[in-house]
Ligand binder design. Structure first.
Ligand code: ATP
Ligand code: MG
Length: 307
């Protein structure tokens, strides 16, 4: 397929946000799960696509019990078969599962032209069909660290990009690498737009240090006219451990007690106690971020309609 043909084909699935950073452990999955659950709890229909072979978002964050371990997404990429989501993981929230069956996705994406398949087009059409048939208000895509071919493909399908980063130089380097892939995708006709970068796992009291990190993020964004998100996600290891043990977001953990968990939304064999006492500050960070994301999404989608 020639690049001019690719250019003419390129369009993006509306209201679809990719959360990505080339570096691992910077909060991609936690942020996808928290925003997805928050928006679904407020009555909007949300789809999560877990495009990571680790499948953390599917299993650990959202607690999907009947995960297909990435089979549907892998089949879509390779053969163009319809995307199948696990329905009602929470009210209003469906999930296209990630997992080990996506291990081949990188090879499929990297060798696409050679094998005469078009995984980007396959995903675009299948995602559009699913979004249209269910009428999702928001699609969030979680991506794995590192896999450049899959990332390049996702960048050409979604309409928005959020880049989380921690304050260490390694995470910021990961964000910079991603920024380069983003610019490359745009140069090749992708419709994706960077929505913002968000600081993850930071100490809210280290004001000067956070400002310094935000400065580095601003340098990365220089010339784009895009501001980093004002909200950040604070460090709270106890809540993070509980979130994954009970497969609940910080917001859901507020009213949760392991004692009342038997037969509930989470594994019956889950831990007997929780580590965190108060998940409200972390939940508030995620609420603020969700609000900012929805505001930027609404304004951005409106601007696209005007054009
Ligand atoms: N607020 C928090 N404070 C401290 N640690 C956190 C917080 N939220 C999540 N974590 C932990 O940080 C780690 C990385 O989070 P997460 O898995 O969301 O990142 P990721 O970018 O998706 O990682 P990967 O690249 O491996 O998919 C996890 O062990 C998670 O439990
Ligand atoms: Mg992850």
């Amino acid at each position: 397929m020639t690049s001019s043909r690719l250019l003419s084909d390129v369009r993006a699935v509306r209201r679809t946000i990719l959360v990505a950073n080339q570096k691992g452990g910077v909060g991609k999955s936690s942020i996808v799960a928290a925003i997805a659950v928050a928006v679904a709890r407020r009555g909007k229909r949300v789809l999560v696509v877990d495009a990571d072979q680790q499948g953390n978002c599917t299993v650990r964050d959202l607690g999907v019990k009947e995960s297909d371990e990435g089979r549907s997404l892998a089949m879509t990429l390779q053969y163009g078969s319809p995307l199948e989501a696990v329905r009602d993981v929470r009210p209003n929230l469906d999930v296209v599962c990630g997992g080990k069956l996506l291990a081949m996705a990188g090879a499929v994406a990297a060798g696409a032209e050679q094998h005469g398949i078009d995984p980007r087009q396959n995903l675009l059409l299948a995602l559009e069909a699913l979004v249209d048939s269910v009428g999702y208000d928001l699609v969030l895509i979680d991506s794995g660290p590192g896999d450049r071919a899959v990332l390049d493909l996702l960048l050409q399908v979604v309409s928005w990009l959020i880049v989380p980063t921690k304050e260490d130089d390694g995470s910021i380097d990961g964000a910079e690498l991603l920024a380069r892939r983003y610019l490359w995708a745009r140069k090749n006709g992708a419709q994706i737009e960077l929505m913002g970068m968000v600081l993850f796992d930071c100490n809210p009291r280290a004001i000067r240090r956070n400002e310094d990190t935000l400065g580095k993020i601003m340098d990365l964004l220089e010339g784009t006219g895009i501001e980093p998100f004002r909200s950040f996600i604070r460090q709270d290891k106890a809540s993070a451990l509980d979130a994954r043990a009970f497969h609940l977001t910080a917001e859901e953990l507020i009213a949760f007690s392991p004692k009342n968990n038997a037969g509930g939304e989470t594994d019956e064999a889950g831990p007997a106690k929780r580590w965190s006492r108060d998940t409200e500050p972390l939940a508030t960070d995620y609420q603020k971020l969700t609000r900012e994301v929805l505001i930027r999404l609404a304004a951005g989608e409106r601007a696209k309609e005007v054009v």
